[in-house]
Design a protein around this ligand. Structure first.
Ligand code: PMP
Length: 416
């Protein structure tokens, strides 16, 4: 039996109550008290900028901030020199897109299951710089075939950028193997870890990635903070696509006048400041570090065991309902947190609304920020462009899952 005590966990989350069954943690998770407390303490006790002042308040803030950065780096088994704080996964990916140089004819490999945030920045580069996108087209189960993937690579492939776990199906990609293939061929590899960071241990020394991005708000942390890991050799060699205060060593600028000032004459500050343009999200970094401590204290293994039990219960319950169709990996054990489904003859938006209004169950209905590509193919048979998505996290209970299953059964029984 698991040592995981969901009743005790739930007491840490002020938003939770009996009336709300929250099944949308994949969009954003709820926040436990220690995270809120860490941020409140900053605003009430040592509110100042970091690494800029020599007065006590700023020194204290800097110390706490540096500790938070250490916690974040350790979570990835990275060094603090490889960590950049951004606003979210989206800005982390955009920072990479603004940093890399592409030549016309270069290729980027993406999949049709990517979130818009890992598609749109690359589509812009494709459109503006004559770069070609090669698509990995996932099937409705979300399986990933390494040979098909290999077939998409060429001498012109510069970057492979893929979600570790997709927010559409909850399927998990074999990123270690993908990364090994990329490294063998000198191809850059970016992992969108927005959906894996909340659930899976991440060790960049094993993932074979050059960049990895995730958001605080999906893993019990605050909104307004994301993390970009940049492998050391690239953190050193690349010029950041976003520059500003903190990134340039102003004492070492050679130019005698402003007119003569060119970037190549400037020295960058040492890592990780070189990449941290402007004031970082300070309170949010403290909150994210508290979230990481909270998750690691509970134990990611314990969390996974709890979620897997609920996942089996949810998939079994939903599959047994007449007219309910599930998308994603057939084996519940292969899913991370997500169950997407439709009810035959029912509009997914209406189902999502009914679940909320009549049954007090919060789910997401729609395309989940994926562009049309996947949904058009997935729902070809009935030309549907979306589905209902329920997602699980540590605070969900077996009772809540039963409530969701009963509600879906009730709606399905009512027919169109
Ligand atoms: N990638 C994936 C796989 C996601 O699920 C999300 C959020 N739904 C994002 C990127 C974007 O995250 P954010 O909105 O925090 O930037």
């Amino acid at each position: 039996a698991s040592t995981f005590d969901v009743t005790a966990v739930r007491r840490d989350f002020p938003t939770l109550g009996d009336s709300l069954a929250y099944f949308d943690s994949v969009a954003s998770s709820l926040t436990p008290r220690p995270v809120i407390d860490a941020m409140t303490e900053y605003y009430t006790s040592y509110r100042a900028n970091v690494h800029r002042g020599s007065y006590d308040l700023s020194m204290r803030a800097s110390q706490r901030f540096d500790d938070a950065l250490t916690t974040i780096a350790r979570f990835l088994n990275a060094s603090t020199e490889e960590i950049v704080l951004t606003s979210n996964t989206t800005t982390a990916i955009n920072l990479v897109a603004a940093t890399l140089d592409f030549e016309p004819g270069d290729e980027i490999v993406l999949s049709n299951l990517e979130h818009t945030s890992n598609m749109a920045p690359w589509m812009r580069i494709a459109n503006k710089q004559g770069v070609n996108v090669r698509w990995y087209n996932a099937d409705r189960d979300g399986g990933f075939d390494l040979d098909t993937f290999r077939g998409l690579l060429s001498d012109r492939t510069k970057l492979v950028t893929l979600a570790h776990v997709t927010n559409i199906l909850g399927n998990r990609l074999p990123v270690e193997e993908i990364g090994a293939i990329c490294r063998e061929r000198d191809i850059l590899f970016l992992i969108d870890a927005a959906q894996s960071a909340p659930h899976l241990p991440l060790d960049v020394s094993k993932l074979n990635c050059d960049f990895l991005a995730f958001s605080g708000h999906k893993m019990l942390g605050p909104t307004g903070i994301g993390v970009l890991y940049i492998r050391r050799q690239y953190a050193v060699s690349l010029i950041p696509g976003v520059l500003g205060g903190g990134t340039i060593d102003t004492t070492a600028c050679a130019a005698p006048t402003l007119d003569g000032c060119v970037l190549s004459d400037c020295s960058f500050t040492s890592l990780p400041d070189k990449w941290q343009a402007g004031t970082p999200p300070i309170a949010e970094a403290l909150g994210l570090a508290a979230a990481i401590d909270y998750l690691t204290d509970l134990g990611l293994d314990n969390l996974a065991a709890h979620e897997e039990q609920l996942m089996h219960q949810l998939c079994d319950g939903l599959s047994a309902i007449d007219g309910v169709e599930l998308y994603g990996p057939p084996n519940p054990a292969d899913r991370v947190a997500v169950v997407s489904f439709n009810i035959a003859g029912r509009d997914f938006t209406e189902v999502g609304q009914l679940l909320n209004d009549r049954y007090g169950v919060a789910v997401r209905a729609g395309q989940h920020c994926a562009l049309n590509y996947f949904f058009n193919e997935l729902h070809e048979e009935d030309s549907r462009a979306g589905n209902v998505r329920a997602s699980l996290y540590l605070y969900n209970t077996a009772d809540e899952v039963d409530r969701l299953i009963a509600a879906v059964a009730d709606i399905a029984a009512q027919g169109a």
